[in-house]
Design a protein around this ligand. Structure first.
Ligand code: SF4
Length: 255
């Protein structure tokens, strides 16, 4: 079974859209948003996949006496691999050449994730499979073989996660060794570039597979950070990623 996020109670967050960020930005994809995450980033833009009522994780949308929490039962749906595959195949035109498995953290779904990929590829061997991951879980050989693109997003200090949880050397080194893995670091300040450079050395991440992306969930914030940070990021040798979906649709689910 797989646990998915929902756009409304009972409706899985499976949708076709433009990929807004990372290596395949600008391309049409079908997205499957899986629920659950092993990290708890303070600026996370999908907290409805993990920030459950009764937990203590802080989030930037917390208000005094009103923490930004979600009801796990209302926000998730369990589906079989076959049900998810059929829902992906039922998404309306235009046709997408690829599927993005995102979250939350998709790799916590274990073998069901590989079963889903195998099922989708059986129906369409040419289908591109992309996974967006926080890079904390070492991909199995079967997963590495089945996935065309991993967009790995290790979390810097500003995400607020414990470094020992967020930066797992074995997992990041395993991703770094895969030609199919690209890395996307979220950028807030120019000083973050030093942290990225240190991570690249520590985990053996080739700089030509590093992208940096401004943190923000509205166009004004993204543009302001781009104006300040794009030049120093590119001078450091990193490719820039925008967040096109935010400019197009805002911070909304199912887009
Ligand atoms: S790893 Fe990603 S999904 Fe998980 S809390 Fe951080 S930003 Fe959100």
């Amino acid at each position: 079974m797989l646990r998915l996020a929902v756009t409304e109670p009972g409706k899985p967050e499976i949708f076709r859209s433009i990929q807004g960020e990372g290596r395949s930005a600008g391309e049409v994809r079908t997205f499957v948003r899986l629920s659950g995450c092993n990290l708890h980033c303070t600026w996370c833009d999908t907290p409805y996949t993990w920030n459950w009522r009764g937990t203590k994780w802080p989030h930037y949308k917390d208000a005094p006496g009103a923490p930004h929490k979600f009801d796990r039962d209302a926000e998730t749906i369990e589906m079989s691999v076959e049900e998810v595959a059929e829902a992906v195949e039922a998404v309306e035109a235009p046709p997408a050449p690829g599927v993005v498995l995102t979250g939350g953290e998709p790799l916590i779904q274990g073998s069901a994730l590989i079963e889903l990929i195998a099922r989708l590829k059986r129906a369409d061997p040419a289908l591109l499979i992309e996974i967006e991951t926080n890079g904390t879980i070492t991909p199995s050989a079967a997963l590495a073989e089945a996935v065309d693109l991993f967009m790995v997003s290790p979390k810097l200090a500003h995400a607020g996660d414990r470094p020992a949880l967020a930066l797992r050397p074995a997992a990041l080194a395993a991703f770094a060794a895969l030609k199919s893995a690209w890395f996307k670091f979220v950028l807030r300040e120019a000083s973050d570039l030093d942290e990225i450079a240190a991570s690249a050395v520590r985990f053996g991440i080739p700089s030509e597979r590093i992208m940096v992306m401004p943190e923000g969930t509205d166009s004004a914030t993204l543009r302001a950070r781009e104006a300040r940070l794009r030049a120093p990021a590119e001078a450091a040798g990193y490719a820039w990623s925008d967040r096109l979906h935010i400019h197009l649709y805002g911070d909304t689910r199912g887009t």
